[in-house]
Design a protein around this ligand. Structure first.
Ligand code: AN0
Ligand code: CP
Length: 314
């Protein structure tokens, strides 16, 4: 594996899952591979889990990790051929090439604008780093995907599933701010190769991009969708159709104990950070069926498996 930006970058995803599980059993068992290697993590947007779990993964591999808060650095220009007389001090072409001099791998977190759909869905910032850097790129969540989260979610489902092919329901949930579709897009992308019975539920108008959602059953009645579910994966996202908008929703879509009671004693999942009593009721997130902390724990092993696979080919 060279880059890790989407599922199709991974030659053998099931092997990567196995690797992550092996690493979880022995996190410091392969320190030779990271010796004298450096990973640089660039954050254009905030992060708690991704930042710390990826640093922890690098530490477990005996690798140096440099974190750069790109939101505080020189403002980057991404347009080609432009006369740079605005507030953007440095072009991506130099920036990516320069960071490649210091790094063996570069990780990038960048959120969508939620304004320009075409630009967001071309994943412009991530792809330009890929184009102008001379080292492998790991997505730490891009405008449209969050593959490290999805790999950690897959590890978690494999760990906790009580039947061969559990019913997994991705449910939209309310949020006071317009959020990206990245976590949900990626979750759907990865769940399609997992051995699960996948369903999506959301209010009308919140259909996800067809490139991620086509072929997956959608149920607009949330309570009906919850029936027989073994895993409930909650996430808010803004509208794809009315791009980046929050739509007026009549029903209450918060995940409550009453709704969870309709499931097959399902586990509750969320990538975090989560708004309590908006996305999910306290009783659900604090229940013994809540997997949110296990998901966050598995972020380290997901990152470590990915970094290790990339290092193998350097
Ligand atoms: C971000 C999102 O929804 O993509 C990051 C999640 C990992 N969430 C928020 O901004 C609250
Ligand atoms: N789930 C997740 O990626 O969290 P952070 O935004 O805190 O990294």
């Amino acid at each position: 594996m060279h880059h890790f930006t989407e599922l199709s970058d991974v030659p053998d995803p099931h092997k990567l899952l196995d690797q992550a599980q092996l690493i979880k059993n022995n996190p410091v068992g392969n320190q030779q591979i990271g010796k004298n290697k450096t990973i640089v993590l660039l954050f254009f947007n905030p992060s708690l889990r991704t930042r710390i779990s990826t640093e922890k993964a690098a530490l477990n591999l005996n690798m140096s990790c440099i974190v750069y808060d790109a939101s505080q650095g020189w403002k980057l220009e991404f347009e080609k051929g432009i006369t740079m007389n605005t507030d953007r001090a440095e072009h991506i072409q130099e920036a990516a090439a320069v960071i490649s001099q210091y790094a063996d791998i570069i990780g990038i977190r960048t959120f969508p604008s939620l304004i320009d759909k075409e630009k967001d869905y071309s994943d412009a910032i991530l792809r330009q780093f890929q184009k102008y850097a001379s080292v492998p790129i790991i997505s730490l969540e891009s405008a449209i995907r969050h593959p490290l989260q999805s790999l950690a979610d897959w590890i978690t489902i494999e760990e906790f599933k009580e039947k061969k092919q559990p019913k997994v329901v991705l449910t939209w949930a309310p949020h006071p701010k317009a959020l990206p579709q990245a976590v949900s897009n990626s979750f759907l992308e990865w769940m399609q190769i997992a051995d699960v019975d996948l369903m999506i539920t959301h209010p009308k108008g919140y259909e996800l991009a067809p490139e991620f959602s086509s072929g997956i059953p959608t149920e607009y009645d949330q309570e009906k969708a919850f029936e027989n579910a073994d895993f409930i994966y909650a996430k808010n996202w803004s509208s794809y159709e009315q791009y980046g908008q929050r739509l007026a929703v009549r029903e209450n879509w918060t995940v409550t104990p009453e709704k969870m009671a309709r499931t097959n004693n399902a586990y509750f999942m969320h990538c975090l950070p989560v708004r309590r009593n908006v996305v999910v009721a306290d009783e659900v997130i604090e229940s013994d069926r809540s997997l949110v902390i296990s998901q966050a724990n598995n972020r380290t092993f997901a990152a470590q498996a990915v970094i290790q696979e990339i290092l193998k080919l350097l």
